[in-house]
Ligand binder design. Structure first.
Ligand SMILES: C[S@@+](CC[C@H](N)C(=O)[O-])C[C@H]1O[C@@H](n2cnc3c(N)ncnc32)[C@H](O)[C@@H]1O
Length: 409
């Protein structure tokens, strides 16, 4: 008799079929008893080591989780209960979990470094988003619009989308017959829709219309933009794969330059600001403060995520030189080891990569120090290594409410 059965017997209850309930007298479930299904994504934790957990792809019959010199068949995971154990080809045990948002964004396969979950949570809390459910008395007319550039891995995007989730009405119930896999995007589910308007069935048209109507009535939206189509497409997949696209419908993905998105929107809006908040996580942040300053509503927050404190200083200088309507409310250092033990700092002069590229150079190391000061910046940051992963600085600017100039006698 195993441990679970023994404790169940001691407690005077019958133990049926695996450790699903540990408090069966009140049948309180300590975790979801739902079995893992095809297309689910799971997190696999090595049973006896603290090695990094593994996020699987959507599970499919015939699919495999490839490990170093080892593998696990998707079919061995499908049908198991969460927290059950699966055995790899080399007889290594892994426990099956449903990943939390943090585990998912920190561990899913990536093309670029994401903002890690602990930092993403801090950024979201700095924005102080208080979504009001639709239909409630305090729900106003205004749409909450948050702008993020660059999208990158989609990690911060997902955290932001979770924060606004409650502001939007539930998605319309769609006829089950119209829902099929392998077909056109409807965000939360993939719905089979003929791309040719004239060959779409009535039901397909209704499904599309219902979704589009719902989208047009969203009360909160995350606009996320990246110059790289590849990064944007990857991030979109990351978002879609989390809990079957739960947060996808709250996000609009854009590919292109910041100006090319914000300028036409400003024209559409009669040059009136329309963004409640903006977040920039990209190189050369200070170059975008002018246009973001125009699009941000008074008292809106602008958060800049920079690996080096000098990049925050560049933003401050730019705000001053260009007399932009921003006030730096706070600067927060983020990263896994902030506040723990002694911390080594990396302080050196570099030429930013963008500048090197433009000058046809290979890497910062390949550029000898010269007397020429143009384009050089000072890196001034905690050293990234075994003890510190990522990290950086968040500058929290707030848009100043501009008062009409007073006539001073
Ligand atoms: C560090 S990643 C962002 C990570 C993201 N915040 C996350 O949590 O996953 C930086 C991204 O900025 C994009 N990028 C670089 N320059 C840009 C620009 N001028 N406008 C928009 N995106 C840009 C890059 O393609 C890259 O995907």
């Amino acid at each position: 008799m195993n441990f679970y059965a023994q404790s169940a017997q001691k407690a005077g209850r019958r133990f049926i079929n695996g450790p699903k309930y540990s408090c069966s007298s009140c049948t309180r479930r300590l975790y979801s008893s739902g079995a893992v299904k095809e297309n689910d994504i799971v997190l696999l934790k090595h049973r006896s080591s603290s090695s990094a957990p593994i996020i699987t792809n959507p599970l499919k019959p015939g699919g495999k989780v490839n490990l170093v010199l080892d593998s696990i068949n998707h079919e061995d995971i499908i049908g198991k209960a969460k927290r059950e154990v699966v055995v790899s080809r080399k007889r290594v045990l892994y426990r099956i979990h449903e990943p939390t948002l943090a585990e998912y964004t920190d561990n899913s396969p990536r093309l670029v470094t994401p903002i890690y979950s602990q930092d993403a949570n801090l950024i979201v809390s700095l924005l102080d988003i208080n979504p009001v459910p639709p239909g409630s008395q305090s729900a106003g007319e205004d749409k909450l619009e948050i702008f993020e550039a660059g999208t990158g891995h989609g990690a911060l995007t997902l955290h932001l989308a979770r924060a606004i989730h409650a502001a939007n009405a539930p998605l319309p119930m769609l006829p089950e017959a119209a829902l099929e896999s392998e077909s056109l995007d409807m965000g939360f589910k993939r719905v089979k829709l003929d791309t040719q308007e004239d060959t779409q069935s009535q039901e397909q048209k209704e499904v599309k219309l219902a979704y589009e109507e719902w989208r047009s009535k969203r009360r909160a939206v995350i606009h996320t933009l990246d110059t790289s189509e590849k990064h944007s497409a990857h991030a979109e997949m990351v978002v879609r794969n989390f809990r079957k696209g739960l947060y996808f419908p709250h996000i609009d993905f854009h590919v292109g330059k910041i100006e090319d998105y914000l300028s036409p929107r400003l024209i559409e809006n009669g040059q009136q600001p329309f963004l409640d908040h903006a977040i920039l996580d990209l190189p050369g942040t200070h170059d975008y403060l002018d246009i973001v300053g125009k699009a941000l509503k008074p008292d809106g927050s602008l958060l800049v995520f920079c690996p080096s404190i000098t990049q925050i200083i560049d933003c401050i200088k730019h705000v001053k030189e260009r007399r932009l309507p921003f006030f730096l409310e706070q600067t927060v250092e983020v990263g896994g080891a902030v506040g723990v033990g002694g911390r080594e700092w990396d302080v050196r002069r570099v030429k930013p990569r963008a500048l090197l590229k433009a000058e046809g150079e290979e890497s910062p190391e390949s550029v000898p120090e010269s007397g020429d000061d143009e384009g050089w910046q000072i890196v001034c940051r905690p050293k990234v290594g075994v003890r510190i992963s990522g990290g950086g600085f968040v500058g929290h600017f707030r848009k100043i409410v501009e008062f009409p100039a007073r006539n001073v006698k």
